[in-house]
Design a protein around this ligand. Structure first.
Ligand code: GDP
Length: 613
């Protein structure tokens, strides 16, 4: 018995049976699960209005459509469950300590420092690191490996604390979005001369959403106009009541600059950990944890900083981290000392992986290299399939005329992001004046000031919109996300250009011959004043390559601060360089342009001729 609409295709019908499938499976895989002929499923999909081949990865929507037609309850397995099932096939589990209560021992708390920009997060992380240069660790040159550990004498015992060395909540939320929780305690930095600011609240929201206790560091108390009492009072509104006011949150007045009360802050972290958390782990099992950051080093190959969460990591262990695998060849701590083992809560730089894992990937030790390789391979395949299934073509200005002509849409949705509310308003105003004719309409469905965020891209996906960035850019993860999802993001620096292009697109006349290709991005870590040369940005290349004499722009908090710059000088240590690749540090000079600050992003690009469609 089949519905006539199926064009005679034969496929067994379910009785609402639940079929659990992995993301991005093909019709062939699905056919096998329900004992059907793959070709029949293709026919059915065709009659449902979708052209799908038997081997192509299909997205969830398509699977649901097919399921509804054939009366199966299709449940697409979440990536987390998928991974759990994958590990189970090797008799492995991730995330829980082996053994029972008796096997657990106290482990150091892992702390992330968050707060509003310029409130002193970086400085505080430096101050904490410096209070604790252990005597006897001579010769150790501090390296930024993404995390470090300090030791505190607390109630008669030596208590280590681990700090994640990436200030700000982006890293924290990115990790959490990937299901990786590394942080036990958040130190919320609030400058006493500035008080509670938007990012203070954002950071607090993230911490509270994650259920992570907060210790407040009221910073810059050395400054004139510092008002620590006001910070306490402001934060009560957000549910953080200081102990001295009868609450449970510890507030510590500090000065990151003069190193004042850093010891009290560390003490507060330990007290908070002991009072509200049960931080224990089994050190006697195969190690597991999270990759905090990773890059490709020219001399050493892939290097990853991992945080051991349970078990002890040893030299020679076979590990798999995300879709990378390998054997631990060497381990280094933040002083560059080699370690032979790393117990719970210890961050270490690991050498010996065969490729670079992603930040936030879980890692675990397995019995043999073979198993590590198999898990990595399967994860790779899985990711690729999921990616293929999710890549859908969406509306872009380029092919707008075709989509319009085909009658697929009759409205162009736009999301406007700009560097100021004035420019966004002006742009919206000008757009509303475009004469678009009767067949189509133009609608601004979202607007805002600031960089293009993942939220904007999600909105664009949900409503088939094109994003217009006026003097603003997305972060590289957001850009990648948009690209993966096929969301068109357009960048403009002058309003009339935006209007011209959108108007042309609506009229089907948009034929750009050049497009901008991004060459690389570098993050400014430190700014040096060099006589005669001006300010030099001590930077680390985050993506692609930075080449001398290429065009560049400077981005601060997602906003383009200066366009039309040139990489006028480029150095590796003391030598001039023509190009510097991802993962390496370099000094960048932008000619007479001197307004450079740490955390700025320098983006280089070139105009490339675009093949005509
Ligand atoms: P972040 O953006 O939160 O990482 O802030 P930074 O650590 O970069 O600090 C921002 C600015 O505030 C820098 O110029 C610091 O030197 C300064 N600063 C940080 N902590 C203190 C402090 O305790 N006292 C004073 N006077 N200045 C500070």
């Amino acid at each position: 018995m089949q519905a006539p609409s199926l064009g005679g295709a034969m496929a067994p019908r379910g009785n609402g049976d639940v079929i659990r499938v992995a993301r991005g499976i093909s019709l062939t895989d699905f056919a096998e699960r329900i004992g059907a002929n793959p070709a029949a499923l293709v026919t059915i999909m065709f009659h449902l209005g979708e052209m799908v081949t038997t081997t192509q990865s299909v997205n969830e929507e398509t699977l649901q459509l097919l399921g509804a037609e054939l009366n199966y309850d299709i449940q697409v397995v979440s990536p987390e469950d998928e991974d759990r099932e994958l590990l189970e096939t090797f008799d492995l589990t991730f995330g829980e300590d082996e053994g029972d209560e008796d096997d657990l021992v106290l482990r150091p708390p892992v702390v992330t420092v968050m707060g509003h920009v310029d409130h002193g997060k970086t400085r505080l992380l430096d101050a904490i690191r410096n209070t604790n240069v252990m005597t006897g660790e001579a010769g150790g040159i501090t390296q930024h490996i993404g995390a470090y550990q300090v030791h505190v004498e607390h109630e008669g015992s030596d208590r280590p604390i681990t700090f994640i060395d990436t200030p700000g909540h982006e890293a924290f939320t990115a990790m959490r979005a990937r299901g990786a929780s590394t942080t036990d305690i958040v130190v919320l930095v609030v400058a006493a001369d500035d008080g509670v600011m938007p990012q203070t609240i954002e950071a607090l929201n993230h911490a509270q959403a994650a259920g992570v206790p907060v210790v407040v560091a009221v910073n810059k108390i050395d400054k004139e106009g510092a008002n620590p009492a006001k910070v306490r009072q402001q934060l009560t509104e957000y549910g953080l009541v200081a102990e001295e006011y009868g609450g449970t949150t510890m507030f510590v007045d500090v000065s990151a600059r003069s190193g004042l009360h850093i010891d009290a802050l560390l003490e507060a972290v330990l007290l908070t950990a002991d009072a509200s958390l049960d931080l224990r782990a089994n050190p006697n099992q195969d190690a597991q944890g999270i990759a905090l950051e990773a890059h490709l080093d020219r001399g050493r190959g892939p290097v990853a900083t991992v945080l051991v969460q349970r078990g002890t990591l040893h030299i020679g262990d076979s590990i798999v981290a995300g879709d990378a695998f390998g054997r631990v060849r060497a381990m280094l701590d933040e002083h560059g000392n080699t370690l032979t083992e790393a117990p719970p809560s210890r961050p270490v730089m690991v050498l010996g992986l065969t490729s670079v894992p992603g930040a936030g990937d879980s890692f675990l030790v397995v019995d043999e290299d073979r198993i590590a390789r198999q898990i990595a391979d399967r994860r790779q395949t899985r990711e690729r399939n999921a990616l293929l299934a999710s890549t859908r073509r969406r509306v872009s200005l380029e092919d707008l005329d075709k989509v319009l002509a085909a009658g697929e849409i009759d409205q162009l949705n736009l999301i406007l992001k700009g560097d100021g509310s004035g420019s966004v308003e002006a742009l919206e105003d000008a757009l509303s004046k475009i004469d678009v004719g009767e067949e189509v309409s133009l609608r601004v469905i979202g607007r805002g000031v600031g960089g293009i965020t993942k939220n904007d891209v999600n909105l664009a996906i949900a409503s088939d919109a094109v994003i217009v960035g006026f003097n603003v850019r997305p972060e590289s993860q957001v850009r990648d996300f948009a690209q993966r999802e096929g969301v068109d993001i357009r960048y403009y620096t002058v309003i009339y250009q935006a209007i011209d292009e959108i108007e042309a697109a609506l009229k089907g006349m948009l034929k750009p011959e050049f497009e901008e290709a991004q060459l690389g991005t570098a993050e400014v870590r430190e700014v040096f004043r060099v006589p005669k040369l001006g300010n030099i940005a001590g930077s680390i290349v985050r993506s692609g390559t930075i080449r001398r004499n290429t065009k560049a722009r400077l981005i601060r908090d997602g906003v383009v601060v200066a366009d039309n710059l040139t990489i006028e000088s480029l150095r590796r240590f003391k030598d001039d360089a023509t190009e510097v690749r991802e993962g390496f540090e370099c000094g960048i000079g932008l000619g007479s342009f001197n307004d450079i600050k740490p955390e700025d992003v320098i983006e280089t690009f070139e105009q490339r001729e675009k093949p005509r469609a």
